[in-house]
Design a protein around this ligand. Sequence first.
Ligand code: ATR
Length: 281
Amino acid sequence: MKKISPTTQLCGVILHPAGHSRSPAMHNAAFKSLGIDARFLAFDVIPEQLASAIAGCKALGLRQLAVSIPHKQNVIPYLDEVDQVASKIGAVNTITLRENRLVGSNTDCIGLVRALERTTPLKDKRAVVLGAGGAARAAIFGLLQSGAHVTVLNRTVGKARTLLTELGGERAGALEDLAKIECDILINTTSVGLSEDISPVMSKNIPEGSIVFDAIYSPEPTRLLRDAEEKGCVSINGKWMLVGQALEQIRLWTGLCPSEQILADAFDTAGNTLSQTKKTI
Ligand code: ATR
């Protein structure tokens, strides 16, 4: 990696708490492989400091800022511009400095699409999204853009219906409805499985032969993915979404595309030094 010099550029991620972030490992590995003279740090920003943190980043000329939990929605009022995709999703996970303007984007949806497309094309597939939070919004948007047919199931059915109205998709329902739905790809965006060894759906309801993706990347594998594997389904870990969204962030800033494998290896190495249990988005 190039030595730090007066021309070295700074990027980072804002989140709270910050100790678990694997983004610095991924981005710095990508910068090194692409020969980009930049460094990427994690900044622990409490919600009360969000406005001043963003103003400080702009004043210091940080080139790109990744945005993670809990700031993805609250950061929007502090930006000069939010692109169409992020506006529709209602969340920003990337801020890029362009001609001294802070431009907000969302690469979570592309991250999910890339993660799934490693295994299958999405066009005309029947996708079921579990959950109706911010992660679900990005997933639904990405899936619809890719030509999939989307059903949204959530513990609170009203929230699933609201998402359908706002974003599109075909059906909304309760988590238990999975038992009676045709599904090629099952996508978990709920937080179930993050801190306990439980699954958002009963194993018997996981559709035979489906592809099952869990946005939770640690513990690995989650109960949902273990159940899916036991039923002979293809399972995809949330790591690939995190890799995909980071890759797209780097492309947005530099126009260059790092190797997916370099990011994935950096993600694994960082995980070996972290024991906390966290979710992709
Ligand atoms: P994010 O923005 O990361 O998606 P979120 O907005 O807090 O997070 O959404 C969390 C999702 O997990 C929601 O869909 C939530 O369901 P509700 O809308 O009914 O709250 C879901 N979730 C959280 N705990 C759950 C549980 N124990 N069982 C089922 N779903 C759960």
